[in-house]
Design a protein around this ligand. Structure first.
Ligand SMILES: [Fe+2]
Length: 262
């Protein structure tokens, strides 16, 4: 089983696939990347798209039938990419469920931060989610401005029990060297637990997982790819993953380097 835990393969719900044909094209791309299962994660509460659980579950069924009819060996599982907002915990507690965890295992929640900053209430909200028994996964931290400037922000989140997922295209260098550089830095500091496609369309934002894993194999070593692939498998069945201690960012070293001391 090879799993992609974050993508926009379901048609007609957000800025990902627009038509069933788009879904089919993305599914073929996933298979070419060696993927057998994808957790579909349409945007929810991001200010543009609202996709409550019932809508996503229905579209997952329709999409799986479409893949079966077209004999594409890929299974779509339900999930959502939940934009950070203040009432997430209350909405998870509500009797009428609008939110879903990844593959509905009641454990992992995919959280999207704003791109330009990390809101002050983030740490508190992540903590409250964990008190309720959920494990928040920060989607693509490498694309958040504040985390790029100060990766110690992510370090604090991971230290307190959150997990994080890089976008495959960032790792593979398909966006820019800036994203690839920060991706490497975050992996080397044990701040990353998953690589996922965040695929939207085959023209510009496909799966890219194969290229990402090849780059990690080459630059960082096969133990990292094994770790990321295994974590995605464990996530699907709602099992805990083994989290290595995050490595602190050495500020002193950085200052000495800046002063030309070594
Ligand atoms: Fe996404």
């Amino acid at each position: 089983m090879n799993v992609d835990i974050h993508n926009h393969i379901l048609w007609g719900l957000d800025d990902g696939a627009q038509t069933p044909e788009d879904t089919l094209a993305l599914a073929k791309d996933a298979v070419q990347n060696g993927i057998t299962h994808v957790i579909a994660t349409p945007h929810h509460r991001d200010g543009k798209y609202d996709n409550p659980a019932s809508v996503i579950l229905q579209r997952v069924d329709e999409a799986n039938r479409l893949l079966e009819d077209n004999k594409i060996p890929l299974t779509i599982l339900p999930g959502m990419e939940l934009h950070l907002y203040g009432e997430i915990v209350q909405d998870f507690q509500a009797a009428h469920q609008t939110l879903i965890t990844l593959n509905q295992t009641q454990l992992y929640v995919l959280i999207e931060l704003p791109y330009d900053h990390v809101p002050a209430y983030t740490q508190r909200l992540l903590f409250d989610l964990q008190v309720e028994g959920y494990v928040p996964i920060i989607a693509h931290p490498e694309r958040n401005h504040d985390i790029r400037e100060r990766p110690s922000i992510l370090h604090r989140m991971v230290e307190k029990g959150a997990l994080a997922q890089l976008t495959a295209a960032s790792v593979a260098g398909e966006f820019s060297s800036k994203y690839q550089g920060i991706s490497r830095k975050l992996i080397e500091h044990n701040l990353i637990h998953f690589i996922a496609s965040d695929a939207h369309n085959i023209a510009r934002r496909g799966f890219a997982l194969k290229a990402a894993y090849e780059w990690i194999d080459r630059k960082l070593g096969g133990q990292y790819t094994d770790f990321f692939k295994e974590n995605a498998r464990l996530l699907v069945s709602g099992q805990d993953i083994a989290v290595p201690a995050p490595r602190p960012f050495d500020r002193k070293k950085k200052r000495q380097k800046f002063l030309g001391l070594f």
